[in-house]
Write a protein that binds this ligand. Structure first.
Ligand SMILES: [Zn+2]
Length: 304
């Protein structure tokens, strides 16, 4: 047994059809990763395309078949068929996250279901199946819906970057929610007109205890920022926190999620938020920090 097969069998036991997908493979010089297919580093769907002829149409819940596949390809990534047991909202990086959270804020959506951080820096929100096919929600960019006929990669698959897909909120911690009406309206062919109250989605709290205190302090500072100072405050606070991400105290995608949520809640523009966070992240990455030496570290020490 290996952890990929274990996970594949776990998804199948829930009724989710599974199929094997190419994986990141060290290049002959050992220095980088390429696709496990014959194209290697030249593959344009590296570690994302199926190992079986009919792709998602070959997906199965039969344990014996999964065991044969992962015995033949022990490192195979895990592809799941969407549209049967679950659908997925696919957010392509911070711009996709910002687009979703803007809708969430305007429509009072609660984003509380299972959530995957993809190895490529995006997110998959899992929902109960809708009966819809693959399509982007109307008016949203960097966002896609995976439904009938679609597929997603699932934890613990590895992205070509070497990063694993992982659960931020796993299937056992939370039930699959129905797709919220405001989002459904953007997916249906003929949208009903709905009016919904504005509400704020709450941020998430990840990481090492010290890192979490720094994050909470900086999010609070951002939350108090006044018009005219909000983008600058976002940049300053996010830079401080991304330094602890670089120091491995906090999770990159969880921090981006928390800052994006708070920044949109205080009225910043999604595009501006994505741009500012990208800049703060680059600067923070270049200046890693970890838990300060000495007794009794205070979050204010890092947060002022
Ligand atoms: Zn390939």
């Amino acid at each position: 047994m290996n952890e990929l097969l274990d996970a594949a069998l776990g998804y199948a036991a829930r009724g989710i059809p599974v199929y094997p997908v190419h994986w990141p493979h060290p290049t002959p010089d050992g220095a980088t990763l390429g696709c496990s297919c014959r194209h290697g580093r030249g593959c344009d769907r590296a570690a994302k395309h199926p190992l079986v002829r009919h792709g998602v149409n070959d997906a199965t819940t039969q344990a014996g078949q999964l065991e044969r596949w992962w015995r033949r390809w022990p490192h195979a990534n895990i592809g799941l068929a969407t549209g049967i047991c679950f659908d997925a909202l696919d957010l392509d990086g911070p711009a996709g996250l910002a687009a979703l959270l803007k809708l969430a804020r305007a429509a009072g959506l609660r984003l509380r279901g299972p959530l995957v951080a993809t190895g490529g820096g995006g997110w998959h929100h899992w929902y109960a199946p809708t009966g819809l096919g693959n399509r982007p929600p109307r008016g949203m960019t960097h966002v896609d819906w995976r439904g009938i006929g679609g597929c997603v990669l699932a934890p613990p698959s590895r992205h070509i970057s070497g990063q694993r897909y992982r659960w931020l909120r796993d299937l056992d911690r939370t039930p699959l929610p129905e797709v919220p009406a405001a989002l459904r309206a953007l997916l249906d062919p003929d949208p009903p007109t709905t009016t919904v109250p504005a509400r704020t989605a709450g941020p998430y709290a990840p990481g090492h205890p010290y890192g979490r205190r720094v994050l909470a302090a900086e999010l609070a500072t951002l939350g108090r920022a006044t018009p005219g100072h909000r983008n600058h405050t976002l940049n300053r606070c996010a830079f401080k926190v991304y330094r602890y991400v670089a120091g491995s105290l906090l999770d990159d995608q969880e921090v981006t999620l928390a800052f994006t949520t708070t920044a949109l809640a205080i009225g910043l523009d999604p595009t501006e938020v994505a741009r500012t966070l990208a800049s703060a992240r680059t600067a923070g990455q270049a200046n890693p920090r970890t838990v300060p030496a000495g007794p009794g570290p205070k979050p204010e020490e890092a947060g002022s």
